[in-house]
Design a protein around this ligand. Structure first.
Ligand code: KIV
Length: 285
């Protein structure tokens, strides 16, 4: 049985911080579940960290469904949230079709979408249809060309707007709200005001939970560390050392040895060679 939406909401009521992380494939999802995290977001950061795009904008619904299915196959207990990509929820009808694919084809239990008041009709419809929706406010990467990559909500108007949006999403029925790149104090107040859990990324320590991008947190990139990330490992170095070690052993003839090989009875090999009309193997009588 997977973690339920109600379990996540109970965690806020009980003051238990929610640790969430992104994953995009079977192996990483399996590791995250074994590490005991209750929620995985199959984020559209897939575009940057897996597919090599400069932003999340080129990610398609088919890309997301494909990766969501892999994450679902790698997990049995974790709540899986699929991230609705750019322009797949521009109106209610399109959003129903897109979210439906996440649940029916992808096997996700919930979806996430970006934005405040403009997406309220979509949120209400999905929730009415029984599809749990996570909101996403602050820096919303699908609007990167309008917003730029910077902390949002630092002046009165924008801070008030974000508070209004969070309250409106809460009322519309989202089960949680991601707050990305907003001042910690603003995130603290939103967290106090809304009934549902807030999940921060670059939004300070007072959110109900935190989300991080798998590749950022594990140091899978050699040169880029976002300011809001703490590296818990530097796997890029570990992986490069392992790959260099492998290549060097192949070049030097130290890998593989007979320990990584299988053998066959010599007479069987000789008979096979004889049947093919080729000379016996070197060193054989
Ligand atoms: O796509 C993603 O990974 C996200 C998180 C950064 C919240 O939206």
């Amino acid at each position: 049985m997977r973690v339920q939406i109600a379990d996540i909401q109970k965690m806020k009521q009980q003051g238990e911080h929610i640790a969430m992380i992104t994953a995009y494939d079977y192996t990483s999802a399996q590791l995250v579940e074994r590490a005991g995290l209750p929620v995985i977001l199959v984020g559209d950061t897939l575009g940057q960290v897996v597919l090599g795009h400069p932003t999340t904008l080129p990610v398609t619904l088919d890309d997301m469904i494909h990766h969501t299915r892999a994450v679902v196959r790698g997990t049995q207990r974790t709540l899986i949230i699929g991230d609705m990509p750019f322009l797949t929820y521009s109106n209610v009808e399109q959003a129903v079709a897109s979210a439906g694919r996440f649940l029916q084809e992808g096997g996700a239990q919930a979806v996430k979408l970006e934005g405040g008041k403009p997406v309220l009709p979509v949120v209400r419809k999905l929730v009415d249809l029984g599809i749990p929706v996570m909101g996403h406010l602050g820096f919303t990467p699908q609007s990167v060309h309008r917003l730029g990559i910077q902390v949002q909500g630092k002046d009165v108007d924008r801070a008030a707007n974000l508070i209004d949006d969070a309250l409106a999403l809460d009322l519309a029925g989202v089960f949680a709200i991601v707050l990305e790149l907003i001042p910690a104090e603003l995130a603290r107040e939103i967290t106090r005001l809304v009934r549902v859990p807030t999940i921060g990324i670059g939004a300070g320590p007072w959110c109900d939970g935190q989300v991080q991008v798998f590749h950022d947190m594990l140091g899978l990139f050699t040169d880029f560390v976002p300011r809001h990330t703490r590296r818990y490992a530097t796997l890029s170095e570990t992986i490069m050392a392992a790959v260099q070690g492998y290549a060097s052993e192949v070049r030097g003839g130290q890998f593989p040895t007979m320990a990584q090989s299988s053998t066959m009875d010599e007479p069987v090999l000789q008979e096979a060679l004889r049947r093919c009309g080729v000379p016996p193997a070197l060193g054989d009588v």
